[in-house]
Design a binder for this molecule. Structure first.
Ligand SMILES: [Zn+2]
Length: 313
């Protein structure tokens, strides 16, 4: 029997990843493709449909994950990391063009659904998914379903303000958690250290320019055994743990799954995150341990989750 195909599209700041899956086997990707993210909302629908066409399969449903505020009708209101994409009624535009069910949701919500149905959070009814990449996204599972809030905007802890006098954020505020605990935040912590004369190993990897140091230079020099790079990663781990402790105090999840680009450095960062989290969370010694684990589905999780969300109930 030919499987029913759902296609999931994960819109990132630079590229869109598309996957085709059989919802009965969400961890098996049948087809996969990538295109560059267009600069502005006008070309987005065309780009997404070109990617769907390139997969060579006729989908029964299409899901799209986007990094921003998406309402319950599938309109993208704003994405701090998407240029010129405001108030795009993406789900309606897609349905008009393809005539199959189309669902548009926040990308971290899609990640959370994928990890819940086929990844690190299988079986959990209370779970927190946090994606650490250019920014920070989150999907909150409570009672076995996504927490959506009144408008569909729930789960944006990246813009919790953790330092009112902190650096400006693309969202327009200052001192948001993602300024400290994302890949961008790690790069900023590293450049602060490098401009003070530290982190020579990472500066060398960045071509000798302290202002060119990014997160991947720090993780590479830490892997090579550089103590100052480990110290920067420990400071970074503190910021991650601080936000997670605040979230656990509010949400009381059974498990925290960490996804996004920083999963590649999970072995370097998560042990320190776990110990600092235990010290920061309320009653850390009295409450059950909250496992903090890396995502299992890698960089396809957002696209797989979008495909699963699009399947009509
Ligand atoms: Zn912000």
């Amino acid at each position: 029997m030919t499987p029913m195909i759902s296609i999931g599209l994960d819109v990132g700041g630079t590229k869109v990843l598309g996957v085709a899956v059989d919802p009965a086997q969400p961890d098996v990707v049948i087809a996969e493709g990538r295109v560059a993210t267009p600069d502005g909302g006008d070309g987005l629908v065309d780009t997404l449909l070109e990617l769907v066409g390139s997969l060579g399969l006729v989908p029964a449903s299409i899901g799209v994950g986007v990094p921003g505020l998406v309402d319950r009708e599938g309109t993208l209101h704003m994405g701090p990391h998407l240029r010129r994409m405001h108030d795009v009624p993406l789900a309606r535009l897609l349905v008009e063009r393809v005539g199959v069910p189309c669902v548009v949701d926040n990308d971290a919500n899609c990640h959370a659904v994928a990890e819940l149905m086929g990844g690190a959070a299988v079986g959990a009814t209370e779970a927190l998914m946090v994606t650490l990449g250019t920014g920070i996204g989150a999907g909150i599972i409570t009672g076995g379903a996504l927490l959506r809030g009144a408008n569909g905007f729930a789960g944006e802890p990246g813009h919790m303000i953790v330092d009112p006098n902190g650096p400006p954020c693309p969202c327009g505020k200052r001192g948001c958690w993602e300024r400290f605990a994302s890949g961008t935040g790690l790069g900023r912590l590293a450049r602060d250290a490098a401009s003070g004369g530290q982190l020579q190993a990472a500066v060398a990897l960045a071509g000798g320019d302290p202002e060119a140091v990014r997160g991947e230079h720090v993780t590479a020099s830490a892997r090579a055994g550089d103590g100052e790079s480990h110290a920067v990663l420990d400071a970074f781990a503190h910021w991650i743990a601080l936000g997670l402790a605040n979230l656990v105090n509010v949400l009381d999840p059974a498990i925290i799954v960490i996804g996004g680009g920083l999963v590649e450095a999970a072995d370097l960062v998560l042990p320190e995150v776990r110990s600092r989290f235990a010290a920061l969370v309320m009653a850390g010694e009295q409450r059950p341990l909250v496992p903090i684990v890396p995502a299992a589905l890698g960089d396809r999780a957002g696209a797989i989750g979008a495909a699963l969300l699009a399947v009509p109930a």
